[in-house]
Design a protein around this ligand. Structure first.
Ligand code: PXP
Length: 244
């Protein structure tokens, strides 16, 4: 059964658009979990454009499943991880001014720095994942760093507009997931997933968890969080949701 972790960043984006106190990403997280989500994800960005430190503190208290915090591999973020103690930290690249995370971390290039960072997080007893493009070399380099989980970037699949591009993106994800499975890594996936494109990703045998944000929050603005989470779970083949 593939797990769903709902990313609540963009609930905070709407709040920050007016520097107001609503909508509350913590309330959204509670509703997502009540609707069947297995965990909650948020991204603490250096520029604090959506999730704030106080959100993270409150999420850590409120989330019943696993709290996954995406962050850059920087010193201030290591301090934040030590302070707020999420269950899992997913290391992501972060570029100032980008609309969203644009690609996976280049583990091969930053191997040395990342090794130190992963070690420090593990010393703090925080599980570590790394967001990767579906590339065998990157998967192997991540395994060497001693992380327990990788998250495969599904963006190329999500934006494919020809059958050929979709096939190429999908084959890369299948191969990367298989290699990660052989190396004993837990495989997560995410970025750009919607009810229309999630099915084949949820069907990849090694994929254990999906991290989905924008589409669920977008649908939640029209349908409510419970309906948005439920329709995503059904699209993932999580028919247990029909019995809830
Ligand atoms: N995984 C990672 C590492 C991300 O950075 C994001 C976007 O914050 C997601 C998953 C979720 O992507 P989306 O918001 O497109 O569902």
């Amino acid at each position: 059964m593939v797990k769903l972790s709902v990313n609540v960043d963009h609930v905070a984006t709407v709040r920050q658009a007016r520097r107001a106190d609503e909508p509350d990403p913590v309330a959204a997280a509670v509703l997502a979990e009540l609707a069947g989500a297995d965990g909650i994800t948020c991204h603490l960005r250096g520029d604090r454009r959506h999730i704030q430190d106080e959100d993270l503190r409150r999420l850590r208290e409120a989330v019943r499943g696993r709290l996954n915090v995406e962050m850059a591999a920087t010193k201030p973020m290591l301090e934040a991880a030590r302070k707020y103690r999420p269950h899992l930290v997913t290391l992501v690249p972060e570029k100032p001014g980008e609309l969203t995370t644009t690609g996976g971390l280049d583990v091969r290039r930053h191997r040395k720095r990342l090794r130190e960072h992963v070690r420090a997080l593990r010393r703090a007893r925080i599980d570590v994942s790394i967001f990767l493009d579906p590339d065998l070399g990157q998967v192997e380099a991540a395994a060497e760093l001693g992380v327990g989980t990788i998250e495969l970037n599904t963006n190329a699949w999500a934006i494919a507009r020809t059958e050929r591009a979709a096939r190429r993106a999908y084959d890369a994800l299948v191969a990367a997931a298989a290699r990660a499975g052989e190396l004993g890594l837990v495989v997560a996936a995410g970025h750009g997933l919607t009810v229309k494109n999630v099915g084949p990703i949820a069907d990849i045998p090694e994929v254990e968890e999906l991290n989905i944000g924008h589409s669920i929050v977008a649908r939640a603005t029209l349908l409510g969080m419970e309906a948005a989470v439920r329709e995503m779970l059904v699209a993932m083949g999580r028919f247990d949701v029909l019995l809830r």
